[in-house]
Design a protein around this ligand. Sequence first.
Ligand code: ZN
Length: 455
Amino acid sequence: MGDVGGAAARDRFSDLLDQVDAAYAEMIETPSDSIGSGFRMTMAERLELQERRNRALMYQVFGQLADPPDESGSVPAIKPRLAARLRIPVREVTRRFRTAALLCARRQVSGPALPPLLPVVADATAQGTLGEDHLKAIANTMAKLPSCTSVTDRTEVEATLVRESAKQDADFVTELGRRLDEVFNPDGHYDESDRARRRGLTLGAQGSDGMSKLTGFVDPEARASIEAVAAAVRPGRHQPDGTVEAQNRDERSPAQRCHDGIKLGLKIALGTTEMGSHRGHPVTVIVRTTLAELEQAAHAVVDPGVSMPAPARTGGSTALPMRDLVRMAADAIHYLAVFDDHTERPLYLGRQSRIATADQRIICYSRDGGCTRPGCLEPGYHSEVHHSPAWHPDGRTDADALYFACGPDHKLVTDGHWQTAVTEDGRLAWTDGEAPPGVNRAHHPEELLRGDPDG
Ligand SMILES: [Zn+2]
């Protein structure tokens, strides 16, 4: 009885979506050579507006997926499934849920629903006035307003930004937001919580040259420490090649000395036991390589006739050039995982304990590289150790039954949303019950070359 309305609504939505599909298909087929550029401008404008409407519906769907009025939902359980069906990264799924949370009415356990956190923005989005970039600009400005800003002022800022978004592009709105922020906070009265909210460093993706861009904001305390280490790396001291005496030949820029100072500080910190432990082994750099590659690299460092092998991988999936690895290993790497060259399968280390020991975790770094759920890119540093088949009180817990799974995915399998099984070649296969079991090739890209290994 209760789903009669649901069935009718589903039929109606399916019908409407079919109509949109049909209209797009016909538009793509219809010759547009003779429509004239005046009409092309009109068409571009309408396509842009349609995309904004499409986004508004998307956020409505995400808002209801996160908090369905008709049934109970579990965001962690649907995230990977949603990401797989839409072929978008989980991070984008998360971003959409977060934006939807700003735009949707907030249901309460009892009493009427509260208005959305950004009600003016929600209205304008539904009408197709705001594009993704406008939404981002407004949400960023609202999030950055100092905590001392009154509710009335916040509403005023929101309404102003929405009104201007209807006339201007997002770059203008971003700049306007920055200037309004100054109006409301001329003296820069930021308190501890404002600084805590704004702090953050993002280590960008590693480029093909091995370099990564670091961006973000540090708080005053972090700045003071960075200043101190950068000053310690003064001209002539702590040269990258280890020379100390060449006082006059330090040609490093201030930016390069700051970089070397932070690197030195981190290296010293990792050399102590003060960093504690990470999932059962001391915090340190973990690198996967084979004995043959390591020997070749050691020879290549001293003999230009020997070629340098391909970079090793760290537990964070960073490509670490072998030359750098040999230099780091000279200082001390406590966990340099080295594996049999032929099988790449490490020796099993039988253990009785429920908690995977450090040695067993190291084995997972080599075989799995990172989370074993198909399509998951989380590296080893972010992974927990999953027991498959499920750990049994009087059973053995040896390396054959231990596999990497990132926190969210480990929880999904623990909660029974996914099942896992060990394949014939010793890898962990996952299934959500719908798709056939699959192994994760993301940490073994070489397996994807020469055709689809699972196709
Ligand atoms: Zn994962």
